[in-house]
Design a protein around this ligand. Sequence first.
Ligand SMILES: [Zn+2]
Length: 235
Amino acid sequence: MMTELLGHTDAYLKKFKATVVAVDPDEKAVALDRTAFYPGGGGQPCDYGWLDERRVTKVKRQGQHIWHWLEGDLPAEGDTVHGKLDWDRRYKLMRTHTAFHILCGVVWRDYGAQVTGGNMDVLKGRMDFEFETLRKELVSEIEEKLNVEVAAARPVRVKILPRAEAFQIPDLIRTKINLLPEGITEVRTIAIEGLDLQADGGTHVANTREVGTITVAGYKSKGKINKRIELEIGD
Ligand SMILES: [Zn+2]
């Protein structure tokens, strides 16, 4: 059975109850029937937290299951456990992740440049673009635009669409939705109202004003076309 990802529809869920469906004593990890822990992916690192009193030190998807690596003794298959996220870390990751959607949206809207990749950590990260015209002089202009979008308090919405419907939306096609595996029948999308739309499995805040202050902390040319923008998020 596939682990149900509770964060897919409620990113603000901090605690949950679940059943252990598999135990791996060698790895010191357990799989649950449902979880609010984010397993990592799409550039967003996994969550930490607790299952009852045991610390969760790593979370990862393997096949159908989401595995939780634990400190201390392991619960048994069939046991009920109470999960609790390290919310301070997760909420900062939600703010950081949303800041990068704002960056994507602004850079596409105002400069027509596409994202090629990215990675994030707590309150910082980087994103790479096919952005030939990016120059150092543009950095402060971009930073200002990002913070305008934060102040605009745009709602951020999760929507799950049938695959065929998602494939009709130009904004989604641009973000390489075509790379989704054949078997996937539904596409989870994240929309920042009036700014950005992406197919995405990560966790985000519900409104851009929750992000805080965005600083462009670095800019690197990775060649004629490819440019990297680094962000830091503050209160
Ligand atoms: Zn995202």
